[in-house]
Design a protein around this ligand. Structure first.
Ligand code: SF4
Ligand code: SF4
Ligand code: SF4
Length: 278
């Protein structure tokens, strides 16, 4: 099984419990206006537009594919802004076994792997073997998802993953549509299913002034979370313009005081210990 990987972080402490390797999978089914990793959303069509943008000559063509030479790459990211597909020419196809091999090399310092994205559930069939290998080692697999997935992927995620980090972008359907272009019903259904399966580890909400920073909305979301089985954490993430492209670049950023005010609203319902502000 091969996975299309945009990036691997060898160790993170904010992507699930403990110390984790994070594998960012390429491709997303949403187009959120505040996306700060827009280059992880699309799939390369090999159009070649990025080839001349690379000052290091790290990009080339081999037959019908684009080739990235890691050893020549300076990490300048000049290739990202020119891509009409919101793809990343540096994304690599890796066998699931190679990802496990990299994890195993650092396993003494790691509690497991978190699959992120893009949207990790889109490659659920391909990463399923990873779950078994990790479980054999006494390690865990977590999935960071936007909640929009097929019934088959939902089944695979809820069966194979030990926990889910889920975007809770908005409870209000109009706000969710404005941010993502789609209705939030599938997300709320997945949230309920993950909670019922005792796999909902953390919910994540990006605070965007004018969209998701109304105290009444935060209180309503907190009450929604309080009614779920289990005790998931809720992470409130301040919107930052860094990396954002298109309409989202004009959005305002919330200040620290506003974030603390909203955290207090959430904590009044859920308790301070379940609220994380970032
Ligand atoms: S779900 Fe995440 S990766 Fe996908 S478009 Fe939205 S913010 Fe970006
Ligand atoms: S980040 Fe992109 S443009 Fe920059 S050196 Fe690497 S491949 Fe070339
Ligand atoms: S990464 Fe984007 S610009 Fe580069 S070849 Fe692929 S689709 Fe074209």
């Amino acid at each position: 099984m091969w996975l299309l990987v945009s990036k691997i972080i060898r160790q993170s402490f904010i992507d699930g419990p403990g110390s984790r390797m994070v594998v960012f999978l390429q491709g997303c089914n949403l187009r959120c206006i505040y996306c700060h990793n827009p280059e992880t959303r699309g799939l390369c069509s090999a159009c070649g537009k990025c080839l001349t943008s690379c000052p290091a000559g790290a990009l080339g063509r081999q037959e019908l594919s684009i080739v990235w030479r890691a050893e020549m790459c300076r990490g300048c990211e000049c290739c990202l802004g020119v891509c009409p597909e919101s793809a990343d020419p540096r994304a690599q196809w890796l066998p699931a076994g190679e990802i496990y091999r990299r994890f195993a090399a650092d396993a003494a310092f790691l509690d497991g792997i978190t699959l992120s994205g893009g949207e990790a559930s889109r490659q659920s069939r391909e990463w399923l073997p990873l779950a078994g290998w990790l479980h054999n080692d006494g390690k865990t697999l977590f999935v960071d998802s936007n909640g929009m997935m097929t019934a088959a992927s939902r089944q695979e995620v809820l069966t194979a993953a030990d926990g889910v980090l889920l975007d809770f972008k908005a409870l209000d359907r109009r706000v969710h549509r404005a941010l993502t272009g789609v209705d939030n019903l599938p997300v709320l259904e997945f949230m309920a299913a993950a909670a019922a399966a005792d796999k909902l580890y953390e919910l994540r909400t990006v605070i965007v002034p004018g969209y998701t920073d109304a105290p009444d909305s935060i209180a309503a979301m907190a009450r929604h979370i309080a009614c779920l089985p289990g005790r998931p954490f809720w992470r409130l993430i301040a919107f930052r313009r860094h990396g954002v492209r298109g309409d989202g670049t004009g959005l305002p950023e919330p200040g620290g005081e506003r974030m603390e005010e909203l955290a207090a609203v959430a904590a009044a319902v859920l308790g301070r210990g379940r609220i994380i502000v970032r």
